[in-house]
Design a binder for this molecule. Structure first.
Ligand code: GAR
Length: 210
């Protein structure tokens, strides 16, 4: 099949449920990837603990220790570079990561809404689902996209939808959207690993399997 295992660099800020999902797919043989390094933005991020338990290298880089998002991003890039990742994945990373030229097209993000709705600065975690409910949307979902240097903006790879139900709270909606995230993110990474993502301006075309 000629499928190679790609090395992932993972950035996270929280509980690491997205990272758990990667590990589950890797263990089940459905994701041709290995996690080479996990960088957390909080020393107490549970995701860092989960990575360590699995023997994965971890680092913590806190935004407050840097004067601006550029130097914060540079510190992350320097660490990532030590591990030579093929793809950097933002997995519940709650900061802006300035993508250096050498990583353009090699950084993915997942956002828990259908971009370009309910995204951008201030829209993360439950703020997103609160806004969807407040607006009265009937459908939400998740978006996996390549990151560029505008928050939640780069070319869209996969979107999956989830209905918004009349009695939803932010928690119940978040859980329904997260089920879709658990399908969409490994799928996008798998397509990348298989060399099947082709970029045409803002459009990502998925090439057929060989
Ligand atoms: C996911 O719902 C993801 O879409 C969201 O954080 C959650 C994962 O965190 N990301 C964002 O809101 C980024 N803007 P976890 O893996 O730590 O549970």
């Amino acid at each position: 099949m000629g499928q190679s295992i790609i090395k992932l660099g993972v950035l996270l800020s929280g509980s690491g449920r997205t990272l758990d999902n990667f590990f589950e797919h890797i263990d089940a043989g459905g994701l041709p990837a290995e996690v080479a390094v996990v960088i957390g933005s909080r020393p107490d991020a549970l995701g860092l603990e989960k990575a360590r338990k699995r023997g994965v290298a971890t680092h913590c880089v806190q935004r407050k220790e840097y004067a601006d998002s550029e130097s914060f991003g540079d510190a992350i890039t320097r660490l990532l570079s030590q591990y030579g990742p093929d793809l950097v994945v933002l997995a519940g990373f709650m900061h802006f990561y300035r993508v250096p030229d050498k990583y353009l097209g090699k950084v993915m993000n997942i956002h828990p809404a259908l971009i370009p709705a309910f995204c951008g600065h201030g829209y993360y975690g439950h703020h997103v689902h609160d806004a969807v409910l407040e607006y009265g949307s009937k459908v939400s979902g998740c978006t996996v996209h390549f990151a560029d240097n505008i928050y939640d903006h780069g070319p869209i790879i996969i979107q999956r939808t989830a209905p918004v139900l009349d009695d939803d709270t932010a928690d119940t909606l978040a859980a329904r959207v997260f089920e879709q995230e658990c399908i969409a993110y490994p799928e996008a990474i798998r397509l990348f690993a298989e060399g099947r993502l082709e970029l045409h301006d803002r459009r990502v075309r998925i090439k057929p399997a060989r």
